[in-house]
Ligand binder design. Structure first.
Ligand SMILES: [Zn+2]
Length: 423
């Protein structure tokens, strides 16, 4: 048994504790409370005082593409505040760059990028993330780093007659990934990319595959107005600009006259354990469907801003009781992978209370990724995924949650722990 004490403990599910402590037994949290109480309960335990810091649950990034971490020059040249001329232009540019890189250099730069992304997450206090990947090496890379993740293997397939083949390929990809992963910290999942890159037939097959294997599923949904137009009317920028470049025009289906959320629901994609990434363009009916089916949301405010796609109705999701996690998305549409930066951006633009934002970046993410029984808060019985962040400079009487949110950066992280192990 080990006791970690600090100036503050934020359990998230209850109010911050001043002079608090967390007792950790192996990989699990045994008790949380005032330090004096915890110490007298376990007098034999090994003790560690983290000093002027707040012990909080490890941050949970609900949406990343770590293999795109090296697409930095893309943003460096332009900065977060240069916004793309259109979502489709960005996607075309990203697709071309990705394809050229893969052709010239194979998977090596993507593996390097993945490792770099993992370290960026760890260093900024993120202990768990939901990643979209096509790298077979991803489970082993995450294991090596000691982080926790849901790895959603990505599927793209627009030609309906190739759907069976693609679904069975994904089945094999997942089988192989299963044999490669070593620790229980990695959960495998499946991600049909989006309504504009996956045929309806493939959506149905992959949704069935996820169900058969008991895997979580995530999908980019209702991100841009171009996507809405495409799903509704089978027209717009995707059809005019993207598909001719990749020979997809001949596969464009008949208009559905539905919103992306209604369309995906009609294919059985939205369900308990499903994660809708972005969900910017949703109306009240869509939100009711998401609530009813148990679909969660990965909210990525800085990426949405960068790509000029609009603002997701986060307050309405929360009022409806839909789980909302916070995601950075990749460095192809964001400046950093830090959830501190993401929380501050959300606070300044929405605006939301600091405690709500911190809940979104911890317990909300855990719920969205389907891991809230194990992580997301500091509570007895949960796994010890926690970080210590400095509260030096926080005056007495000042709200410590606001303070931590205001000052949280890589430099102020004092400890990162996943399942009781410091990493
Ligand atoms: Zn994404």
């Amino acid at each position: 048994m080990r006791i970690f004490s600090s100036r503050f403990v934020f359990p998230i599910t209850s109010a911050p504790i001043e002079k608090g402590a967390v007792a950790v037994d192996g990989s699990f949290i045994r008790a949380v409370g005032p330090s004096a109480e915890i110490v007298s309960k376990f007098p034999e335990a090994e003790r560690r005082d983290l000093g002027n810091a707040a012990l909080i649950p490890g941050l949970i990034n609900a949406h990343t593409h770590l293999e795109l971490t090296n697409f930095g020059p893309f943003k460096k040249k332009r900065g977060l505040f240069f916004k793309e001329s259109s979502f489709v232009s960005w996607l075309i540019r990203l697709g071309i760059r990705r394809r050229i890189k893969a052709k010239l250099l194979g998977s090596r730069p993507f593996i390097r990028a993945y490792r770099k992304g993992l370290e960026m997450l760890r260093a900024s206090g993120t202990t768990c993330f939901g990643d979209i990947t096509s790298l077979p090496e991803a489970p082993a890379l995450v294991d090596d780093k000691g982080l926790r993740a849901v790895l959603y293997f990505e599927a793209i397939g627009f030609n309906p007659s190739g759907a069976e083949q693609k679904a069975s390929e994904m089945d094999e990809v997942l089988e192989r990934a299963e044999t490669k992963k070593q620790s229980k910290l990695v959960t495998l999942g499946l991600s049909p990319h989006s309504p504009y890159t996956v045929s309806s037939r493939l959506f149905v097959l992959l949704s069935q595959l996820a169900e058969r294997k008991g895997l979580p599923l995530s999908v980019h949904m209702a991100e841009s107005s171009q996507e809405v137009k495409y799903v509704m009317e089978s027209s717009g920028e995707f059809v005019k600009r993207l598909y001719p470049l990749i020979g997809w025009n001949k596969f464009v289906p008949a208009p559905t006259n539905m919103s992306p959320a209604r369309y995906l629901n009609s294919l059985g994609v939205l369900k308990k354990g499903a994660l809708a990434i972005h969900a910017v363009h949703v109306d009240d009916t869509d939100i009711a469907i998401m609530k009813k089916t148990g679909t969660g949301v990965a909210h990525c405010p800085r990426s949405n801003y960068f790509l000029k796609v609009g603002t997701a109705p986060v307050n309405r999701f929360m009022e409806s009781g839909i789980p909302v996690g916070l995601g950075t998305d990749s460095l192809a549409s964001n400046a950093t992978l830090s959830l501190w930066d993401e929380m501050r951006f959300a606070r300044d633009t929405l605006p939301l209370e600091p405690s709500i934002l911190l809940t979104m970046a911890t317990l909300g993410g855990a719920k969205a990724l389907g891991l809230d029984r194990n992580i997301g808060s500091l509570e007895t019985g949960k796994e010890a995924d926690m970080i210590a962040v400095s509260t030096e400079g926080c005056r007495s009487g000042e709200d410590p949650v606001s303070y931590v949110l205001e000052t949280g950066t890589e430099e102020r992280i004092r400890m990162v722990m996943v399942a009781g192990k410091e990493i």
